[in-house]
Write a protein that binds this ligand. Structure first.
Ligand code: IMP
Length: 192
């Protein structure tokens, strides 16, 4: 089955290829010659995932999915949430985003947080949503060099390492994105 994944984020494409397995051929936006940035202006994670998938569907008519993720920190009332990518500014600078989170948190305890991914799928003209969540805590300092985004400061529950200290395979055993994609994979395998 061939599907468009509405992203050009190399990290994500790598993660998702390893999550979905060889039954699926993924085409990135580059692969179908869409080189512009898809607007992400909705007030919710669900809204952004859906608007990205609809953007590609309306342009190409192809079966497509898009994902959107937010880091939701309890003591910051769910921030950065839907603003995760641009929390410290329009240039989507991960280091600046992390510094902003750490400085807003200061010594605050507890430091509970969760990553939440929503996938919007448009297939055979119908829309579906899938959600994946991983709970954990925000560390006091950055640790690790793997992954991307907020990985160096997020330690999932039940682990003693941040996501950035894990190999991709270990991150995939618990991650928000892996959980959402498992639901997508099951759905796709059953609807073939
Ligand atoms: P997106 O909507 O999936 O692009 O995610 C929005 C932002 O959330 C990204 O720019 C990252 O800062 C952050 N993010 C998403 N997924 C992850 C992850 O797996 N680890 C760390 N940060 C992430």
């Amino acid at each position: 089955m061939t599907l468009v994944f509405a992203s050009n984020n190399e990290h994500k494409i790598k993660e998702i290829n390893s999550l979905l397995g060889s039954s699926f051929k993924l085409l990135s936006l580059h692969d179908i010659n869409i080189n512009e940035d898809i607007p992400e202006e909705e007030p919710t994670i669900e809204g952004n995932a859906l608007s990205k998938a609809r953007f590609v569907y309306n342009l190409t008519g192809r079966d497509v999915f898009a994902d959107d993720t937010g880091l939701e920190i309890n003591s910051l009332n769910g921030l950065p949430g839907v603003h995760s990518a641009r929390f410290a500014g329009e240039n989507k600078d991960s280091s600046a985003n992390i510094e902003k989170v750490l400085s807003m948190l200061g010594d605050t305890e507890p430091r509970e947080a969760r990553f939440r991914t929503v996938i919007a799928l448009i297939i055979k003209k119908k829309e579906y949503l899938f959600e994946g969540i991983v709970t954990g805590t925000i560390t006091y300092v950055k640790s690790g060099v793997e992954g991307f985004g907020y990985d160096p400061i997020f330690m999932p529950d039940g682990k003693h390492s941040t996501f950035a200290e894990m190999e991709l395979a270990e991150k995939n055993t618990v991650s928000h994105r892996a959980r959402a994609f498992e639901k997508l994979r099951e759905f796709l395998l059953n609807c073939q």
